[in-house]
Design a protein around this ligand. Structure first.
Ligand code: ATP
Ligand code: MG
Length: 392
């Protein structure tokens, strides 16, 4: 029996005259993803995207999983295809539906006829097919029109007829790439992968920069970050991760600057380097996992000092979230277990004993001027290298 995926748009339906633009990017993304799973045809009609396998080797489960993580799709129906005549619809219903009713007590059938040329109306369809299901399940399951455990949908569209048992809630959001590019500051922590996921959900194509401090940080710490990038890539698409060493900068800071300002100074270097990389790679904003008040470097005063070193807007989607809320998303997207692996981060190697929580910019700048800021930034960028993190 041939199955098909029917993908329903989320917010795209509200886009008015721009709807086509969003649809085109979404279909392109789905076609790109489909390549991994075999031979599929992707088409659209009546505000639905159809994903159809073209041969028996196409991996329907893999494609379904991937479509469930594609932003722009709000819900996916997985359905069996039938010919547009009652006999075939009955046959498919009897063969396909019982598997979805295992262990359930009640069901109802919802017929939907958008092709008005079909001789039976929605009510008639529901009644006839409800009867078929009662018969094939031998009385193990009953009809309940008010609160059924399963809703079996029969749709008669111009395109064809479909029998499906329920819809699956998908990733929502708007298609990746419709909002341009953003440069994510990706650490090995819990928050920044979540931040990247959240901004991709709003249409940004994410690229990443990771700062390391080898040999104070290990290769394992870097490997962990690449695994985090590969995990969110299931949603964002493949991610280029630019790895930048801060070793020299940190050693210079330790030698010449007031310890209380280490973290702030380091974060200003990060913002400056990330802004320059963003400009080189056509990213229009930076993205961080900062959450107001979470640590000393995330008080409003500290954020203002850090922000001042960035030359493009800094998006902080976690800013108003509690740690618990961020953790909940990280569990959902599969990054949590990786994030809690205990490897050191460059921010944790030379941490001040008494970090400033209410820094004043002028004083930070006095410390910053003790080093040749621009030269250190240039040197760090020259030493950067790039890793492509592909979804698993
Ligand atoms: P996270 O859980 O994302 O690491 P955090 O709560 O540990 O965040 P900080 O270490 O203060 O907070 O970092 C704040 C933000 O700065 C991070 O969310 C991330 O965007 C960025 N950042 C911190 N360390 C790095 C790093 N080594 N490489 C790239 N970005 C970093
Ligand atoms: Mg961190």
């Amino acid at each position: 029996m041939k199955e098909i995926l029917l993908c329903k748009y989320g917010e795209i339906v509200l886009k008015g005259a721009n709807k086509r633009y969003f649809e085109d990017i979404l279909c392109k993304e789905l076609r790109h993803r489909a390549k991994k799973h075999g031979n599929f045809e992707i088409s659209r009609s009546q505000s639905t995207i159809y994903i159809e396998p073209k041969d028996d080797f196409a991996d329907m489960d893999g494609m379904f999983e991937s479509a469930m993580k594609t932003f722009g799709i709000a819900a996916i129906g997985r359905a069996a295809v039938c010919e547009k005549n009652l006999e075939d619809i009955k046959r498919v219903t009897r063969e396909y539906i019982p598997q979805f009713l295992e262990g359930k007590k009640t069901f109802k059938v919802e017929g939907k006829r958008s092709d008005k040329a079909f001789p039976l109306n929605s009510m008639q369809l529901s009644e006839i097919l409800g009867g078929e299901i009662l018969e094939v399940t031998g009385g193990r399951i009953k009809v309940n029109v008010h609160k059924p455990d399963v809703v079996v949908k029969i749709e008669i569209r111009e395109h064809g007829a479909y029998v499906h048992a329920g819809q699956f809630r998908a990733a929502g959001g708007i298609p990746v790439g419709t909002g341009g590019h953003g440069m994510l500051l990706l650490s090995g922590g819990i928050d920044s992968p979540v931040a990247g996921y959240m901004m991709a959900k709003r249409g940004l194509r994410v690229e990443a920069v990771h700062f390391e401090s080898f040999p104070y940080t290990s290769e394992m710490a870097r490997d962990k970050v690449i695994r985090l990038a590969r995990t969110i890539a299931a949603y964002t698409g493949d991610i280029y991760v630019h790895v930048v060493s801060l070793t020299k900068i940190q050693e210079e800071l330790v030698k010449h600057c007031d310890e209380d300002y280490f973290t702030l100074l380091l974060r200003r270097y990060m913002m400056t380097i990330a802004s320059k990389l963003a400009a080189d790679h056509d990213s229009k904003c930076l993205i961080t996992g900062e959450s107001l008040g979470q640590v000393a470097s995330q008080t409003m005063e500290a954020i203002a000092v850090t922000d001042n070193a960035a030359s493009i807007p800094v998006l902080r989607p976690c800013i108003g979230m509690d740690k618990e809320e961020i953790v909940e998303i990280s569990r959902k997207i599969g990054t949590f277990d990786i994030s809690i692996e205990p490897f050191e981060d460059c921010c944790t190697v030379f941490t001040p004993r008494h970090p400033r929580t209410k820094p004043v910019l002028e004083k930070v700048l006095v410390e910053e001027r003790k080093l040749d800021f621009d030269a250190l930034v240039e040197e760090a960028i020259e030493g950067a290298y790039t890793v492509r993190a592909e979804a698993y």
